[in-house]
Design a protein around this ligand. Structure first.
Ligand SMILES: [Zn+2]
Length: 282
């Protein structure tokens, strides 16, 4: 689905145009704190945005885009009131709010982390409404990065699902995931990660979907994969344990409280729900 958030890529280079939007009657401002938590209503079911109330500052105020024509800005500063991060509340936000929250978290984190030119080390200035930084010393423009990661729901010939966990997760189990390495395709990363973590080969891969995961700047790309065998050998440097589950076995363990699943905001949760409902794409 296309996003309703128009990122105005062709206009955001015009500083006067960006500054003018700040004064639009329907402009909104989302405040994030230095932990990338944003203002919400009580309970976190809705973003709390205000009218921009101070002077526009091109170095601090980020134009996220136009939502159905209304300018949406973000600013990082200490804030009062209820604050939540994306992981805690994304599942109860609307699609539009999720787009705003993920973009705001990713962009503000990048400015916090990389104020200097990665090439020559000089201080850089914010341009393009906050979606780029320019180095006056070496002339380079720099853009926020996104790091791809693969997340894979592995099923066997009997349609059992492979779920694993790390020691720090306690009783929680999930599908397997890992970062894509430099020079690697998504498919190669999947075969490598599943081989490394559980020594399983995959015969078939099907795309499921993707999700920005701004902790701090990942893009989770989700696939279902069919295992060629069922003998798991866990690499304990990567994960602590992994097991095959039928739908009934998983339901029983969840009902008894012996196992927990990933939070509702994650694409891992959507993948497991799809498999439980018999709606996996493989
Ligand atoms: Zn430079």
């Amino acid at each position: 689905m296309p996003s309703d958030l128009d990122r105005v890529d062709h206009h955001r280079g015009n500083a006067d145009w960006v500054a003018g939007l700040w004064h639009a009657e329907d402009a909104k401002l989302l405040t994030l704190d230095p932990e990338s938590r944003f203002s919400t209503n009580a309970g976190g079911s809705k973003l709390r945005m205000t009218r921009p109330f101070m002077e526009f500052d091109s170095q601090r105020h980020r134009l996220l885009g136009l939502l159905n024509g209304s300018p949406i800005f973000a600013v990082e500063e200490l804030a009062d009131g209820e604050m939540h991060d994306f992981r805690e509340v994304a599942f109860q936000l609307t699609d539009n709010e999720r787009d705003i929250a993920a973009t705001a978290a990713a962009v503000t984190h990048w400015h916090r982390l990389e104020p200097q030119c990665p090439r020559c080390g000089a201080a850089t200035v914010v341009i393009n409404g906050g979606f780029a930084r320019h180095c006056r010393r070496c002339g380079r423009d720099h853009f926020p990065r996104t790091d791809p990661a693969v997340i894979v729901a592995v099923v066997d010939a009997e349609d059992r699902l492979l779920l694993g966990g790390q020691t720090a997760w306690g009783d929680r189990v999930s599908v397997l995931a890992g970062f894509v390495e430099s020079g690697e395709s998504l498919e190669q990363a999947i075969h490598r990660e599943i081989g490394e973590e559980v020594d399983i080969s995959l015969s078939d891969l099907r795309y499921f979907g993707s999700q920005p995961w701004p902790f701090p700047r990942s893009l989770m790309v989700a696939f279902f994969g069919r295992a060629t065998g069922t003998d798991i050998r866990v690499d304990t440097d990567e994960i602590a344990h992994a097991e095959w589950y039928t739908r009934d076995q998983l339901s029983a363990k969840l009902d008894s409280g012996a196992l927990g699943l990933p939070g509702n905001s994650s694409i891992a949760s959507r993948m497991i729900q799809a498999w439980r409902a018999g709606e996996a794409p493989i």
